[in-house]
Design a protein around this ligand. Structure first.
Ligand SMILES: *Cc1c(COP(=O)(O)O)cnc(C)c1O
Length: 833
């Protein structure tokens, strides 16, 4: 079962077995290529080359191999007249690409040998590549996994986004507090991308709209933008598994149309001469570091329109060049909107069709609706994007007109279908009328799309009863679910080669192409020889992580202890605070009774907080303060350590995940749309402790109730509890541990230098515990004690671990993408087994 969906299949590939290990002439060829790149592209001789020079030379030589296949893929797509998929996303959290490319090209051993001959260590080169961190978290990482799967399945796809000069900030922890520093991933050049100075589009902003008579009583609206910004394309080839197909990630960089005003410069006004350039280029300067909350500023709106408009121009030009007529767009192109960030695409496509291609309204709307589809990523009403009408009128006057007209026709049709239902009308309107008039981008995306999907079964069901409750009454057939997935190439093959080798040995080489073959592991899950091998692999990965912890934090942890891991953005709904409070309770219990048969633990936290999110930053400080107290206390020396690893990113995730024994997925039920960190760790054999939230629900269904630690209120109970009153005091009074823990935190036990530091956190828990930490605390504590018990039963633990890995095949993003291809895009996929 690679993909247990019946998409239309492309021809089967010829090679489905594992590549032979490095052949001698390949090694020699690659060695020659690297030396040539080092000499002529980097301009260094081997004796003087640094690791960075060698990395660049290796990346350039690797890129050459990709380019050959890229050209073939592109030519094939054109000659077969295939339908293309366009994935629009404001974020692509890619990470490093060297091992990704080498794995998918099956060149890892060849390159290792070639560099070895030159006295260069490939694993050291791996470390000098900067992370491409053009995203905040799960949403951006999903886009990156999807790019890998679309290439793997030979879907003719483009990813479109922004080439930020500075990606997500670098997190430094100073005295326990998060500090943000700019990240500079491009400072030594980016060997993977191709600048395309010939692919540029002017994107307009502001100005006015003029009604021009065009014969008879027909009028045409002409937009005269006050400002033009040039979008310049940068292409990164994305190579799929076994190098079969290569797609393009096209990222736009903003450039002023006039680099400087010479008249002002010549009069000595040097700053003024550059002002327009600075304003234009600000658009692609930096990624907004917010996560799960809208950014809300004008620059963000300019970013969204900038990349959406450039992408639409580009894909329409390609379509018209290839097929001659924009009217056939829906047959040959699918545009997937990753969240509402690109949802201005609905109005922009209408504008281009009507104003630039003279298509009449009804047909333009039909084309738009059949081309666009939208993925929703959040249920929180406060997190859905809205823009003030005056801002939209100023920045995008023509789009505002179009949105009004779309809305008028929409409201009229709803009024006819549901007469007398004024509440329905105001809820599905594109314009929010209370608290100042605002454009609701979620409603615009919904209305302009033929498909609206959620990202896990529970999330998609909740969409129908919350954010899109009223739209669901009108267009039930549009809503569907596509449970997220992860690419196994990065999160298994590259991150955990030892486990991958063991899986190939036990399940056969077909696991590399068919994740369903992991299922074979289940029959041997109870086998003690398998347990020994799994334990040896995990041990090796934990030793590597322990070294990293020692090097970065100067903390010694025991690789024999249970590694209990919570790594993700820091957010109140993700409830790192619940984990920290349980850590304190555990610490107290261990100190009170150190001789008890505790399971020794290392609590590992990592994650960034949005710079303006004070509560989240305070939670980071608390984790660090608790770590200090616990790690300095000799009574728990061999029992408990607490570690906060700074600057969580894809590369750090690749080290932590293969070393995790326990995966913390403890969000307030109903609030995590899917999660993908949960999938990465379960695939690598960690057991999950979690709530019935997001894709945890489906992980539980796949691995079985006995192989996952579920606790806490359900989404329905959360809703009921909030409606009835949370009763924090009752929850705290009923708990054997929680009261003392809160008293300790509130009393300054972990912050003797500033006893009131955590008052905001404790006050929230005691009086307005919106995220239901207090009612879930005891059930979480009990689940952790079940974890202890299973940890102390070695065969039981490793059986459960094997069953987890065995049943995670369904969570491959190849399965997810096959479903998008079949149900939404209607494009064929390559059968990979
Ligand atoms: C997978 C991943 C995420 C998403 O993690 P969740 O636990 O699903 O929130 C965020 N950041 C990075 C770097 C990731 O690799």
């Amino acid at each position: 079962m690679t993909v247990e969906v019946e998409s239309k299949m492309l021809d089967k590939p010829e090679t489905t077995t594992r590549a032979p290990s490095a052949a001698g002439d390949d090694v020699a060829k690659f060695r020659t290529a690297v030396i040539a790149k080092l000499t002529y592209a980097v301009g260094k001789n081997p004796a003087a080359a640094s690791d960075r020079d060698w990395f660049l030379a290796t990346a350039f030589a690797t890129r050459d191999r990709i380019v050959d296949r890229w050209v073939t893929s592109t030519r094939q797509t054109y000659s077969e007249g295939r339908k293309r998929v366009y994935y629009l996303s404001l974020e692509f959290l890619i990470g490093r690409l060297l091992f990704d490319a080498l794995t998918n090209l099956e060149m890892l051993e060849t390159v290792r040998a070639a560099l070895g001959d030159l006295g260069v260590d490939l694993d050291r080169l791996r470390q000098v590549e900067p992370d491409a961190a053009l995203g905040n978290g799960g949403l951006g990482r999903l886009a990156a996994c999807f790019m890998d799967s679309m290439a793997t399945l030979s879907i003719a796809a483009y990813g479109y986004g922004i080439r930020y000069d500075h990606g997500l900030f670098r997190q430094v922890i100073k005295n326990g507090w998060q500090q943000e520093y700019p990240e500079d991933w491009l400072s030594f050049g980016n060997p993977w991308e191709f600048e395309r100075p010939e692919v540029t589009y002017d994107v307009g902003f502001g100005g006015s709209v003029e009604a021009v008579a065009v014969g008879g009583d027909r009028k045409k609206q002409v937009w005269h933008p006050a400002e033009q910004v040039e979008a310049v394309a940068y292409d990164t080839p994305i190579v799929g598994w076994r190098g079969r197909h290569v797609n393009t990630l096209r990222l736009w960089s903003a450039r002023a149309t006039d680099p400087l005003r010479l008249d002002a410069f010549n009069q000595g006004d040097h700053m003024g001469a550059l002002a327009d350039q600075v304003k234009a280029e600000a658009i692609s300067k930096v990624l907004y570091p917010s996560d799960a909350t809208p950014a809300g500023q004008e620059l963000r709106l300019r970013q969204e329109y900038f990349f959406t408009a450039a992408s639409l121009h580009d894909l329409i030009r390609r379509h018209v060049d290839t097929f001659g007529d924009v009217r056939s767009l829906p047959d040959k192109a699918s545009i997937q909107l990753n969240d509402t960030h690109p949802s201005i695409a609905v109005a922009e496509l209408m504008r281009v069709l009507i104003d630039e291609h003279d298509i009449e309204w009804a047909q333009a709307w039909d084309i738009t609706n059949r081309t666009i589809s939208y993925t929703n990523h959040t249920l929180l009403p406060e997190a859905l994007e809205t823009w003030p009408v005056p801002l939209m009128e100023r920045v995008l006057p023509r789009h505002m007109q179009i949105i009004y007209l779309i809305n008028a026709l929409h409201i009229e049709s709803v009024r006819k279908a549901f007469p007398g239902d004024d509440a329905l009308l105001s809820s599905v309107s594109l314009i929010q009328e209370d608290h100042g008039r605002r454009v609701r981008m979620g409603n615009l995306a919904f209305l302009g799309s033929h498909s609206i999907n959620g990202v896990a079964a529970l999330h998609s069901e909740l969409m129908k009863t919350t954010v899109f409750k009223d739209f669901y009454r009108i267009y039930p057939e549009r809503m569907n679910n596509k449970t997220n997935g992860i690419t196994f190439r990065r999160w298994l093959n590259e991150a955990n080669p030892a486990l991958t080798n063991l899986l190939v040995e036990t399940c056969g080489p077909e696991v590399l192409d068919d994740p369903g073959a992991l299922k074979k592991l289940e029959a041997m899950a109870g086998d003690s020889a398998l347990h020994d091998k799994l334990a040896a692999v995990r041990r090796q990965n934990k030793v590597a992580l322990s070294r990293l912890i020692r090097d970065r934090l100067d903390i010694k942890v025991n690789p024999g202890a249970l590694f209990d891991v919570q790594i993700k953005r820091i957010h109140e709904y993700k409830r790192q605070l619940l984990n920290v409070l349980e850590t304190i309770a555990l610490y107290d219990a261990m100190r009170a009774n150190p001789a008890k048969a505790w399971a020794p633990r290392v609590k590992i936290f990592s994650g960034k907080a949005a710079a303006s999110y004070h509560m989240a930053k305070l939670i980071i400080k608390l984790a660090n303060d608790v770590a200090k107290v616990v790690n300095d206390d000799p009574t728990v020396r061999d029992l408990l350590k607490v570690v906060f690893l700074p600057n969580y990113n894809v590369s750090l995730a690749e080290v932590i995940i293969p070393a995790a024994d326990l995966s913390e997925q403890i969000s307030t039920a109903g609030m995590e749309a899917s999660g993908t960190g949960n999938m990465k760790m379960a695939l690598n054999g960690a057991l999950t402790i979690g709530t019935l939230d997001g894709a945890n629900v489906e992980i539980k269904e796949h691995v079985g109730d006995d192989n996952i630690f579920i606790f806490g209120l359900t989404a329905q109970e959360v809703e009921d509890r909030r409606a009835a009153g949370i009763d924090e005091a009752g929850a705290i009074a009923a708990s054997p541990h929680l009261g003392e823990v809160l008293d300790a935190v509130a009393g300054g036990v972990f912050s003797p230098d500033e006893p009131d530091r955590y008052k905001p956190l404790v006050d929230a828990l005691r009086h307005h515990d919106y995220f239901l930490v207090t009612p879930d605390f005891d059930s979480y504590w009990d689940a952790q004690r079940r974890v202890d018990a299973l940890w102390n039963n070695r065969p039981g633990w490793w059986t459960a671990s094997a069953i987890n890995t065995a049943n995670m095949g369904w969570f491959s993003s190849d399965r997810t993408i096959s479903e998008y291809a079949r149900d939404i895009w209607h494009v064929p996929v390559l059968q990979t087994r």
